[in-house]
Each structure stands twice: as structure tokens, then as C-alpha cells.
Ligand binder design. Sequence first.
Ligand code: G3I
Length: 388
Amino acid sequence: MSISRRHFLAGASALAGTAAIGQTTQSPRTQPIAGSLPPGTPVYQSLVPPQLPTLRQAGASRNLPTGCAVSIPALRSDPGYAQLIRQQAGIVVAEDAMKFGPLRPTPDQFFFDDADLLMAFAQANGMQVRGHNFVWHHQLPDWFASYVTPANAEAVLVRHIETVAARYAGRMQSWDVVNEAILLSDALPGGLRNTPWYRLLGPRYLDIAFHAARRADPTALLCYNDYGLEGEVPEEAAKGEAVLALLRGMQARGVPIDAVGLQSHLVAHAGGYGGGLQHFMQQAQAMGLKIILTEFDVNDRYLSVEIASRDEVVAALYRSYLNLTLPNPNVIALLTWGLTDRYTWLNINKANRDPRPERSLPFDADLHPTLAYVAAVEAIQAARPRPL
Ligand code: G3I
């Protein structure tokens, strides 16, 4: 059932009266979760047009945990954001707080305050949590390059994973153990990316990481996460084949891996999605791997200036991509990368891009539902329930 845009906007604008919640001013690090709205603030009615369920409710009705990446600074400082996450997310992942750099201020210290806050928030609100990520070439701490050597790299990697995974063992739906290890243009064997971990340990860094994660948390699904696997262009098909070959090799060596993460960072008007993605998902399923849509958003930087048409195109891509992927029963969770355009990563480094804010997520910068939200809810409702 699709509701008309006019009808939807009438409902959404009726919500427009809910004032934007002011930012509180306490220092970010010590801020508890923004739970109580300042006195006198108009309490958010449901930000959801009354005839539609929340993303969380829609996902739960199909046994498809549905949620988003969460910004911890925003969770601490923005009551409206915190309330929207509580309302809409059945599963959450830390946008940054569980990455190597944010967790590791020095070689001998771990900073868990932000990750712990998300875990407590999730527990208090009955949410599942996925971890992101143990191994990546971005967001490594400043001390990494001078401290980690080929001689100590394995010990550093294993200690990191065992310490972090053990802290949350039994409470994680899944972990992105390794993120974005394939980059064909680096022309390394198997299409591996020339990352710091590759230079320190060679390709075995992946096996070391997955084994360490399994030892430390036997209950979490262990996931390899990557982008640029979804499109129909030859480069993405080739990258998909390289990822599948990587995972087959790991399985052949007895490396514990349970899932592949399709980041799903789509770009409107950058070509379609279809047979290539179906092929990748079928191959993954044949390998016994689950699929998680880990970072779904639609970048609208190339669309015309008029917002209404941008929203229509973005929503149509939400609908077509989810109608393509969700019928696959191996797709076991759906997370958008952020929930509201107020904090989307896509507005970072807007240099030489369209200066207007992105409209890439189910809720706009005013925390009002977008047409993408309607499309996502309806696509989830159109999917078959996952086996329990
Ligand atoms: O925390 C520091 C802060 O102390 C400092 O004042 C500020 C200015 O320098 O930087 C802050 O760190 C930023 C961090 O986000 C937390 O906000 C980093 O500069 C910034 O680079 C980092 O961006 C993140 C990006 O990954 C890093 O490449 C984005 O939030 C995050 O959404 C994005 O997420 C990635 C996934 O992890 C993997 N898949 C792609 C996705 C989008 O790039």
C-alpha cells in the first residue's frame, strides 16, 4: 500500500509544529544520554504518520531486525535524536565509537565510555547491537604507525579484538570483524587492499582477526563488511567476485565467518541495481553466509535542485533496492547509516559538491519522516517474515 505524497506530506507537515529540540550545553564526554526533554519543550508526538508503523515495528513484524548507526555525541546532546532512535531502531551499531581509533587513546589504554553508553542504551530500550569494526584502514589512532611493527602487529591485533569482543561477549548480534579489505586498483593478489594491517601481517591478518573474534565471543555472528558490491557496473561485479573468492578461501582454511555485510551506500542516478546483486547474494547464500544490509543510505548529490523530486528519486531507490534484497531470506538485518539527515556522514567534506544538505535517510534534518521512510516501511512489510 503506497500512500500518496500529498497525503504523506500533509501528515508530516502537521507534525512540523513540534519544535526542534534545542541542543543542551553540557560537555560532550560526560553527557548522559539525552533522555529528558527540556521543560516546556513540546513533546514529540509520534514522528510517524499514524497509519504507518515505525521502522522498528515493521522489521519486528518480519523478524528482520531493522535499525541504524548511532552517533554517540548526538545521543548525548540531542533529546529529539535520542527519542527518534528509541522509537525507530530495533538494532543499533556505533557509527564510530567501537572502531579501533576511538577505543584506543594509547597503546595501553581502552576508552569504553561511548561504546558502553550505547550498550546501556540498547539494553534499556530492548535493542540488538552489532559491532563495527575490529579491522579497518581508517580511524586508526595517531600512535599506530609508530608503535605497531611486523614483530608486534599480531599481538596488538589479537589483544585489541580479544579485549573488546570479550567485554561485550554474549550481547552482540554480530561484529564487522574486517571492513573493506578489497580494493582491486591496489593490484595485490586476490584484489586485497594495501592497508596497514596487510603491510604488517600480509593477507593472514584476516584469518587472525576472525579466529580471535570467535574465541572471544562465540555467540556473535562474524561478518566481513564492504561497499561497492551492489551495482551493475563491471567494477562492482569484479569486486563482488573478489570478495566471494576471499570468503571462500577463508572458509576453506577453516576461518570462522558467518555473514557478509553489504554496506549499501547507494548513489541516486549512478546506475541501477539488479542481476549482479542477485548473483552476489545467491553465491553468498550457497556458501552458507548470511547477509546483513549494514550501512544503507542513498546519496542524492547528483539530483536536481528541487527537493520534492530529490525525495521522490531517493524513495524510489529505497523501494527498488529493498524490494530486490529483502525477498532473500538470507538477509537477516537492515540498518541505515544514520537515521536522520541532521547527522549523516554524507554532509562531511561537502567541498566541491552540491552545497545543499543531503536528504539520504528515513528522517530529514528536522527529524521528520521522509518519503524514503515510507518506502522502507512498505518494502519491509512486503517481504516475507524471516524464520525465527
Ligand atoms: O572524534 C573526533 C573529534 O574529537 C574531532 O574534534 C573531530 C574533528 O577532527 O573529528 C572527530 O572524529 C571524526 C569521527 O568521524 C567522529 O565524528 C573523524 O574526523 C571523521 O573522519 C569520522 O568520520 C567517520 C568515517 O566513517 C571515517 O572514515 C564517519 O563518522 C562515519 O559515518 C564513517 O562511516 C564509514 C563506516 O565506518 C565504514 N563504511 C563507510 C562509512 C562512511 O564513510
